[in-house]
Ligand binder design. Structure first.
Ligand code: SF4
Length: 240
């Protein structure tokens, strides 16, 4: 498999733009019908709010703006930066919610199994476990994925009213559109930034830097937020 950061930026922008066009054509009613068919109901197990179950929680810019007012310590550069320049500086497209230093890697806002900012939780938290993007399955078959972690959490076959399913479907589609748009903006920004500052992505420097990071050394990461880059010095957190 080719490393994503080695694919030229214009090709990545074109692929994401095509992905967004397909998303915009996807009928909301179809997603709403999948939502009703699955009938998911949250059982408050709180698994989805842990890194052990769900990896990291990537935030849209508007959610970063909100979290900065709630608790600025609750965000960290999203993992797996997209680029590293010849000087060893990493670049990533946004922030993720920080995790706590506990066994399961609980979200920063999870307290006694409950979200302590539930009424103000972020877009991704509101639509989860629904999603709408294309992904390859274990056999390599690329198709739309609309649900995360089927049969691994929550309860099923609940009766979901049509208007509720349509609202969820619209919000899910809107989130995926905002996510792709943010990624495209980041790539367009980086294309221009690298060219203006005579920088380039160097995979060997990236790999060496990641090795140092994984050994516990500090690295510099520039995080794309609100049309600019924010500088951070980070060290690896202990994995749950
Ligand atoms: S913000 Fe709340 S709902 Fe979202 S992952 Fe954290 S604890 Fe869960």
């Amino acid at each position: 498999m080719i490393t994503v950061s080695l694919i030229p930026i214009p090709l990545r922008i074109a692929a994401l733009t095509q992905e967004r066009n397909s998303l915009l054509e996807y009928p909301v009613e179809r997603l709403a019908s999948v939502i009703r068919e699955i009938g998911f109901q949250c059982s408050s197990c709180a698994k989805c709010c842990t890194r052990a179950f769900n990896g990291h929680v990537f935030l849209l810019d508007r959610d970063v703006t909100a979290v900065k007012t709630i608790d600025p310590a609750a965000i960290e550069p999203a993992p797996a930066p997209e680029f590293c320049d010849q000087n060893g500086i990493f670049y990533v497209s946004g922030y993720a919610i920080r995790i706590q230093d506990d066994d399961g890697g609980s979200c920063w806002f999870l307290e006694n199994g409950k979200c302590r900012i539930y009424e103000r939780r972020f877009t991704i938290c509101r639509i989860y476990p629904y999603m709408l993007h294309r992904e390859a399955d274990e056999k390599g078959c690329v198709d739309w994925r609309q649900f995360c972690g089927l049969d691994q959490h929550g309860e099923y076959n609940a009766a979901i009213p049509e208007n509720e399913s349509l609202d969820l479907a619209r919000e899910t589609k809107e989130y995926e559109n905002a996510f792709l748009t943010q990624e495209i903006r980041f790539l367009e920004f980086m294309q221009d930034y690298f060219s203006r500052h005579r920088l380039r992505h160097v995979q060997k420097v990236y790999d060496d830097g990641m090795r140092r990071f994984n050994r516990g050394e500090e690295i510099t990461v520039m995080v794309y937020y609100d049309g600019l880059l924010e500088r951070h010095r980070i060290t690896k957190q202990t994995e749950p």
